[in-house]
Unconditional design. Sequence first.
Length: 278
Amino acid sequence: MSLARRLVDAAARRAGELRLALFRPGSPHTFWIVSAGHNVAKFVDRHMDSIEAQDYDPALVQHLIIDDASTDGTGDLVDRRILARGGSGLRRVHNDLRRGGCANLTRAFREAPAGSIVLQVDADDWLPEPRVLAYLDMLYHDPDLWMTYNSWVFPDGRPSLNSDPIPRRVVEQNSFRDHSWISSHLHTFRRELFDHVEEDGLKDPETGDYWTAAVDMSHYFPMLELAGEHARHVRRITYVYNEHPGSLISAKREHQLGCEKRIRALPRYSRLVSLERG
């Protein structure tokens, strides 16, 4: 990362801190946090800790963890946490057979309460600091904001390589699928935006099943196309991506690239005028 980019990012973060310090919320948002994972016992406690540490009304945070047929005790760790919390705000769904990220997330996104802000936080990743939700609540008080793609770091603090704003010409031309993928974690969106995403586009035309790789693209290309200028990049670091041997970036690269190619070839969505369904 260049010095100029670091200076711009630092200035943006300082401005964001000032806005948050001065912000006086009216009606705070409900957050629906969706976390899916397979065999993430090494990381899931830190993941849950980061959600619980948020400086935000816990009554307005609902956290759904999808245990995708784990065999390493992931589910037991989540169940212990649910018991310790008295069942408040945290729920686990267990799959007997692996369904994959696209199927799991799609089902969970559809379950989000009306009017909520949806966050995807993978169960082996975590939020970096306690004010992520408060900051997002401030941003979403702007009714013209429908979704965000944010900035992330690795656990050792190294910056991501693809946390940049999407060029304006790409937004104006609705050419997201032709551009390099930079719409990365943390993904957040208004639940009503996802209502406009059709099931067919979330399935591989070669198999008829939900996508098994390039899952972020399968969900967020449609929402970026639908949202257009209502999608915004957030420079504030809001996510820690925990790359490890079981993570998608590290595994099955050839399969990942094949799915990406087919997703990019799908028809584009037309821009929405309103989130309301006509």
